[in-house]
Design a protein around this ligand. Structure first.
Ligand code: SAH
Length: 248
């Protein structure tokens, strides 16, 4: 039996009937081949997740009747990913995998050697929503507007520590940094661009009180590989990893 479709929809809902916009109606009707009477699950971070039944589905809109609440509202407390913008395809994949690996926010940054002009935040938002639907999260992580590394640090939250994936300079193995880490505190994982951080950037970061430089082994990983390796290690070392996935 194919699983009941999970759809992220905007707005706050807690019961009764929910109106579905034209895009959602189109997706349900023409892509998922659903119709009135079929079951769906509707969710977002501020409302939680509900089992629902489609009561109306036309070309321009749909209506779903909320049944039981399946999940309470809430947002993941995973790390932020602060990643230098990289080429479109690997960045799309990185966003999708970062959502699966529990990031709470994604912050694209521009560094000295970043070689992409612009980041399509709307496209990355859609990828984050789609990944959340697939991996059974209720809270697609927001994608921040790209800013320079300096601007990001100039407005950085005072309580959020940074694990800087440093391909050069002083660093400790990531696994050593994770041993005994306070996972309840706010964290960020930072990764450079394909061309790496500039020496001046690494020096500036090394001097930052909230930054711990970490190594990811003896090879030079591609930026997206490095980000995924670090996020996977973080998630698997954290108490969250002890939560079992769904029951059969
Ligand atoms: N082209 C550069 C390396 C860039 S790797 C060079 O040859 O020096 C892209 C990013 O991935 C780096 O900025 C760093 O954040 C991360 N990274 C890659 N390999 C790493 C490693 N072994 N340890 C820590 N971070 C690494």
């Amino acid at each position: 039996m194919s699983r009941v479709p999970r759809l992220h929809i905007q707005g706050s809902f807690a019961g009764g009937d929910v109106t579905l916009d034209a895009d959602t109606a189109h997706r349900l009707r023409n892509v998922l081949r659903q119709g009135p009477g079929d079951a769906v699950q509707l969710f977002n971070a501020e409302s939680g997740e509900f089992a629902a039944t489609l009561v109306e589905l036309s070309k321009s809109r749909g209506v779903a009747r909320l049944d039981t609440r399946l999940r309470e509202p809430g947002r993941d407390t995973g790390p932020w990913l602060v990643a230098a913008a990289i080429k479109r395809a690997p960045l799309d994949t990185l966003v999708e995998k970062a959502v699966e690996l529990g990031v709470s926010e994604i912050h694209p940054i521009v560094t000295e050697r970043t070689n992409v002009e612009r980041v399509n935040v709307a496209r990355l938002d859609a990828i984050a929503v789609s990944a959340s639907e697939q991996c059974e999260r209720i809270d697609p992580p927001p994608i921040a507007a790209p800013v320079t590394l300096r601007e990001k640090l100039a407005n950085w939250p005072r309580d959020r520590r940074i694990l800087l994936c440093a391909e050069a300079g002083t660093s400790i193995p990531l696994v050593q940094a994770l041993a005994g880490l306070d996972f309840a505190a706010p964290w960020a994982i930072m990764v450079g661009p394909e061309g790496g951080f500039a020496p001046a950037e690494l020096e500036m970061l090394a001097a930052h009180p909230l930054v711990t430089g970490v190594g990811l082994g003896p090879t030079i990983l591609r930026a997206d590989t490095a980000a995924l390796a670090a996020l996977a290690a973080f998630q698997l070392a954290s108490p969250r990893a002890r939560q079992a996935p769904r029951a059969f």
